[in-house]
Design a protein around this ligand. Structure first.
Ligand SMILES: *[C@@H]1O[C@H](CO)[C@@H](O)[C@H](O)[C@H]1NC(C)=O
Ligand SMILES: *[C@@H]1O[C@H](CO)[C@@H](O)[C@H](O)[C@H]1NC(C)=O
Ligand SMILES: *[C@@H]1O[C@H](CO)[C@@H](O)[C@H](O)[C@H]1NC(C)=O
Ligand SMILES: *[C@@H]1O[C@H](CO)[C@@H](O)[C@H](O)[C@H]1NC(C)=O
Ligand SMILES: *[C@@H]1O[C@H](CO)[C@@H](O)[C@H](O)[C@H]1NC(C)=O
Ligand SMILES: *[C@@H]1O[C@H](CO)[C@@H](O)[C@H](O)[C@H]1NC(C)=O
Length: 615
């Protein structure tokens, strides 16, 4: 199942050497412990004095737009002022378990194929069945000499019944939330170190997870090993109670926050409950929300903001404790969320799972050695890059090539005192093969669109691939749905995705479009962009490893085109018009390669020697 790439192992070896060389240079952050002797590289005791620590805080279902200074003052004070705020950070799959597996394995959904929250497509037991339990970041870190701990929600499907029989691996200490009590804010149940379920009635979940996280941090520091501590509270996810786990209720805050934000309402952006239908597939079919529904959504919004307050306090408490423990100069502290969330955009009920910006863009903040304080970055990344970066900094070895790329915060500051913008080089201490361009993001989905709350509609099958390309001033979102509908938005002028530049196919919305029908564009310029993005998506849809990190290499192996700006020149029209369009053969849930055609092959690349266009 795992592909061992010898060139990747060579790269890793080179990296290990580079890492040791880097840590011995004066570029090391001030106050860091002295570098160990490179000769004892593989011994955990030498690692403890050299490798950085990681604290990874993950909220649940938080859209990027809610991670602001006003809503999260502790986040702003600690990680934003003390570190960097990434404004274009995305989830590879807009639903909990698949996104979390993406992080744990540094893989796209199409690589790990854990595509849903429950069987047969996903969930904890599917993860175990696929052999991932001992082959993911926590286990890699342990094998590299790390002390690892985790508290809160790991994924979906850790349950009262399997907590002991299918216990989590890879953690020295763990306290894992168990279904069906995971989202019971004041009556959660946990498995401590793989032990029997422990129910905690009356304890507010996020506060408990904060306290356990702090004690895990104390313990990790005492272990005298480099460490990873994961802290994953539930807020601001919907509440689900064991009595009826299919009913999504609004989140619950701690009593001390229940009075806050009394007048807050969902920002009335252009995509909020618009007059005219917007979006594609079943979204375009939604009727306008009535006043009662809007009031319900506004209250849900306030409850989200309130439930986020405990998450924000948790962040503040963890960073303050790390400071008291004197570990800040060798510890990376990360804050993010598994997927985004919407309330009312495109007339939608509460929920996630689509490829629209609200659902896929999530907060990402990091502070630590070499990370500029007060940094604001708009290069494009996702959570698969975070685990690739942690793996790189920890010097772990993996049996397969990760899809994620090493993020700039892990790259040494260059001669001009600036982090390299996009492409790492061996001279930076990071192999170019591990970095790639930070100009694109792929979001995927193959299962069901889910609504939450009391007005939720029927669960509908939905499959799509969505590509974001943000390059050299251009900023595009392109989606292909299983029924043949396509969407293209110029995010510079239409950030709310209200004006699809492509026309719906000539069907009544349910039938498949002609697979090779020309793109129905409104203008020749949108046609030109769409043909480029479609070809890129065709190449990326089954990418593995390095191919996922490089946007133009597969199409132009000789390097004629290396950016969207170059690709948009009319001289490439003939080539892009000739590349077959990505299309699906049906909308049946499940990721099956044979349903998404065609596969990319090398003969689709531009071959200048043989004339223009694919052969
Ligand atoms: C992060 O940056 C965004 C965009 O500038 C801003 O709206 C947000 O408030 C920042 N978040 C924090 C916590 O500083
Ligand atoms: C992904 O997993 C599903 C089962 O959940 C399986 O039917 C499908 O064949 C797998 N797809 C690939 C490409 O391996
Ligand atoms: C953490 O677990 C690993 C794997 O079981 C073990 O080798 C290591 O000694 C443990 N560390 C501590 C401090 O217990
Ligand atoms: C909390 O959960 C337990 C276990 O399901 C249940 O027995 C108990 O009634 C619940 N308590 C409250 C206050 O809902
Ligand atoms: C759109 O709504 C109509 C009427 O409710 C329904 O028959 C049709 O299946 C819907 N189309 C999609 C793509 O959901
Ligand atoms: C929509 O298309 C389907 C499939 O071609 C067809 O069966 C159905 O009758 C059409 N519905 C309408 C309202 O045209």
């Amino acid at each position: 199942m795992v592909v061992v790439s010898s060139s990747f192992l060579t790269t890793l070896l080179a990296l290990l050497l580079l890492t040791s060389a880097t840590s011995a240079t004066p570029a090391q952050p001030r106050g860091a412990p002295p570098a160990s002797n490179a000769a004892s590289l593989s011994s955990p005791s030498s690692l403890s004095r050299r490798a950085p620590n990681f604290i990874y805080i993950l909220s649940d279902d938080q859209d990027a737009a809610s991670a602001t200074r006003d809503v999260m003052p502790h986040l702003a004070r600690t990680l934003s002022e003390g570190g960097s705020n990434y404004t274009h950070f995305y989830t590879p799959m807009s639903i909990c378990c698949p996104s979390r597996v993406g992080f744990l394995r540094s893989q796209h959904g199409h690589s790990h194929n854990v595509t849903y929250v429950s069987a047969p497509f996903g969930g904890w037991e599917r993860y175990v069945e696929l052999g991932y339990r001992d082959d993911a970041l926590p286990s890699w870190l342990q094998r590299a000499g790390y002390h690892t701990s985790y508290v809160g929600k790991l994924m979906n499907g850790n349950t009262l019944t399997n907590a002991q029989s299918v216990a989590v691996h890879g953690f020295n200490r763990s306290e894992i939330l168990l279904d069906p009590h995971t989202y019971a804010f004041t009556n959660a149940t946990y498995s401590v170190d793989g032990g029997p379920p422990e129910n905690r009635p009356g304890e507010y979940s996020t506060d408990h997870i904060r306290d356990v996280g702090l004690s895990m941090l104390d313990e990790a520091v005492k272990s005298d090993q480099p460490f990873f501590v994961g802290i994953a509270p539930i807020g601001p996810h919907a509440e689900l109670l064991p009595a009826d786990k299919s009913v999504f209720l609004p989140p619950v805050s701690a009593p001390r926050h229940a009075h806050l934000f009394p007048d807050a309402t969902i920002p009335r952006t252009p995509s909020f409950n618009p007059d005219r239908p917007s979006g594609a597939y079943t979204i375009r079919n939604l009727t306008r929300l009535d006043d009662e529904q809007v009031a319900y959504l506004d209250e849900w919004y306030r409850l989200r903001l309130r439930s986020l307050q405990s998450v924000d306090e948790l962040i503040g408490a963890v960073v303050d404790r790390a400071e008291q423990l004197g570990i800040l100069d060798n510890t990376y502290i990360i804050y993010s969320s598994d997927n985004g969330y919407t309330l009312g955009s495109h007339r939608r009920q509460p929920g996630k799972t689509t490829g629209y910006e609200q659902d896929i863009r999530v907060p990402f903040f990091v502070r630590g050695p070499g990370v500029p304080a007060g940094g604001l970055r708009d290069d494009v990344h996702s959570n698969i890059d975070v685990s690739a970066t942690i793996a790189h900094l920890a010097g772990v070895e993996t049996q397969y090539e990760l899809d994620g790329r090493v993020m700039p915060w892990a790259r040494p500051v260059g001669r001009e005192g600036k982090h390299d913008k996009s492409i790492g080089t061996a001279a930076d201490g990071v192999d170019g093969a591990l970095t790639g361009t930070s100009t694109h993001h792929l979001s995927e989905y193959w299962v069901y669109l889910l609504d939450e709350g009391k007005y939720a509609g029927e669960q509908q099958a939905a499959l799509y691939r969505a590509l974001r390309v943000k390059d050299d001033g251009a900023n595009w979102a392109y989606t292909v749905w299983c029924n043949g509908e396509r969407e293209l938005y110029d995010m510079n002028v239409d950030p709310h995705q209200m004006n699809n530049l492509l026309l719906p196919p000539s069907t009544n919305g349910t039938a498949l479009a002609e697979p090779f029908a020309p793109l129905q564009s409104r203008t020749s310029s949108s046609h030109r962009v769409a043909t480029r993005l479609d070809a890129l998506l065709l190449n990326l849809k089954n990418c593995k490893g390095r191919a996922c990190r490089e946007l133009w290499t597969a199409l132009f192996p000789r390097g004629e085109v290396q950016s969207l700006r170059q690709a948009l020149k009319t001289e490439w029209d003939a080539y892009f018009d000739a590349v077959p369009r990505l299309h699906y053969t049906n909308c049946t849930p499940g990721f099956r390669r044979e349903n998404e055609l065609p596969d990319w092959s090398d003969d689709l690349a531009y071959d200048g020697a043989k004339g223009k266009g694919p052969k």
